[in-house]
Ligand binder design. Structure first.
Ligand code: SAH
Ligand code: SF4
Ligand code: F3S
Length: 447
């Protein structure tokens, strides 16, 4: 079936990390400029953009089943949607997608999506278009202004990765590390605040590798950028993710003790607690250097909530090495964490290493690690009971009159007093669950 020639409605489905969510928003803004509207809830869209993730095998395979589902739904409705594949699978497997999925009209990589309008013209004329270039010039310059979103906004400040951990596809799908210019970021942050954001999360594959020159021409790192953004009136909260231990500098650590708007939360992946495994992963840090770094954060901000990423079953990981990971979890007492089973990715060095771990062993290790992490997360929540803190209201709860927001430590907090999305309220945390807390409203803070 021939796809819709010029789409009037779109839907963007983003998978993977928050940087994909940000890219999805920017693509939506581009389509909005062209007069293409978001498809109403429950209706098929004329144009579907699958904004994909390549980080693990399951994530990458998902794109083909999604395409199949869209074709089926299109056949049933008598109207095939125009399908565009964006994101990291597009970058890594663009040619394969075009060969394997004739229903796909557009393949566009994460550094090329500002060219989406021209590609849509090609597709509207019945053609197919692929663009997986990684132009050094910022795509950001070619994108339209920011549109109104919720109270919490993402802002990509840094892209790409030069670290080449042996298991990871990101350096190949996102390219080399680049930092967006200081002035552009300050302007975008101001715009986001004008359109209603009171929290901004700065994003980057290695966000703390960001560097630039401030308005006085001085070289500055992420700490300096955060200090400048903190001066924006109406911006109440600043967060950043994801950091790499080796890119951490003293100024960023110090900012946690000095900038009130910088939230007491740090996501700092360690991946494994075993130095042998860390070396095989090419992480360039040890368990001890990582722990020392966290001590520095705790010294300036004792209440900081720590979060990590872990991979179990990296090739060659022994039971004793896995236990080193459990040990580091106990030592750090993370408030939150993400755990993954190692997934061999084509083209990465670890995929062909000896000692690939059996699925049952990985399952068992994942379960044990998750149990340990859940224990510490619950303990962190329990230790928060009795505290009075601010919560940014993000949405309504399941029950009438119930609201859900985030604490400074990124915990989900429920309360049942009159409020509105975007309110910053002061609450007392009353009761802890494993994944959230219940609270009592004290006052609404007018921003
Ligand atoms: N740049 C960030 C994270 C990027 S990817 C960092 O270095 O910390 C997010 C997480 O996915 C990683 O931290 C890692 O835990 C996980 N991951 C990456 N590649 C993986 C693979 N091949 N198998 C399983 N997990 C993986
Ligand atoms: Fe991947 Fe390592 Fe780069 Fe993180 S630092 S994106 S895990 S290569
Ligand atoms: Fe996935 Fe690409 Fe992000 S591989 S995790 S969407 S950088």
């Amino acid at each position: 079936m021939k796809p819709q020639s010029s789409p009037k409605t779109y839907r963007v489905k983003s998978f993977g990390c928050q940087m994909n969510v940000y890219d999805g928003e920017r693509m939506a803004e581009l389509l909005g400029e062209r007069g293409i509207q978001p498809a109403p809830e429950g209706e098929e869209a004329d144009l579907v953009i699958l904004n994909t993730c390549h980080i693990r095998e399951k994530a990458a395979e998902k794109v083909y089943s999604d395409i199949g589902r869209l074709v089926k739904a299109g056949n049933k409705a008598g109207k095939a949607p125009l399908i565009a594949v964006a994101g990291c699978v597009a970058q890594a497997e663009g040619e394969e997608i075009m060969a394997r999925a004739p229903a796909v009209s557009i393949v566009v990589g994460p550094q090329a999506y500002h060219r989406l309008p021209e590609m849509l013209d090609t597709a509207a004329n019945g053609g197919r278009a692929t663009d997986t270039d990684m132009p050094a010039i910022a795509k950001f310059d070619a994108l339209p202004g920011r549109k109104k979103r919720g109270p919490s906004a993402f802002l990509t400040v840094q892209e790409g990765c030069d670290k080449f951990c042996t298991y990871c596809v990101v350096p190949y799908t996102r390219g080399a590390e680049i930092s967006r210019p200081f002035a552009h970021l300050v302007a975008e942050a101001q715009k986001l605040v004008e359109t209603g954001a009171c929290e901004i999360t700065l994003l980057g594959q290695n966000v703390n590798a960001w560097s630039g020159e401030d308005d006085k021409g001085r070289k500055t790192g992420l700490g300096g950028l955060i200090r400048t953004l903190a001066e924006i009136d109406g911006l109440e909260r600043i967060r950043y993710t994801t950091s790499h231990p080796n890119d951490m500098d003293d100024d960023l650590i110090a900012a946690h003790g000095e900038v009130d708007k910088l939230m007491p939360y740090l996501h700092l992946p360690v991946q494994s607690g075993s130095d042998r495994v860390l070396k095989a992963m090419n992480r360039q840090h040890t368990a001890e250097s990582y722990l020392k770094l966290l001590e520095q954060f705790r010294a300036v901000r004792p209440d900081i909530a720590l979060s990590g990423d872990f991979i179990v079953g990296f090739p060659g990981e022994t039971e004793a090495e896995f236990e080193d990971t459990l040990r580091i979890v106990d030592e750090v007492r993370y408030a939150h964490s993400f755990t993954f089973k190692y997934s061999p990715r084509p083209g990465t060095p670890a995929a062909t290493m000896e000692g690939q771990i059996a699925a049952e062993v990985m399952d068992d290790r994942l379960q044990r690690l998750q149990a340990r992490i859940a224990h510490h997360q619950f303990a962190f929540n329990k230790a928060s009971v009795g505290k009075t803190c601010q919560v940014l209201v993000e949405r309504t709860g399941k029950l009438p009159g119930q609201w859900l927001g985030k604490s400074p430590w990124l915990q989900s907090v429920w309360f049942e007093s009159p409020a509105a999305i975007g309110d910053l309220v002061e609450v007392t945390l009353d009761e802890a669950g494993p994944n959230s807390l219940m609270a009592r409203l004290r006052q609404t803070i007018t921003v």
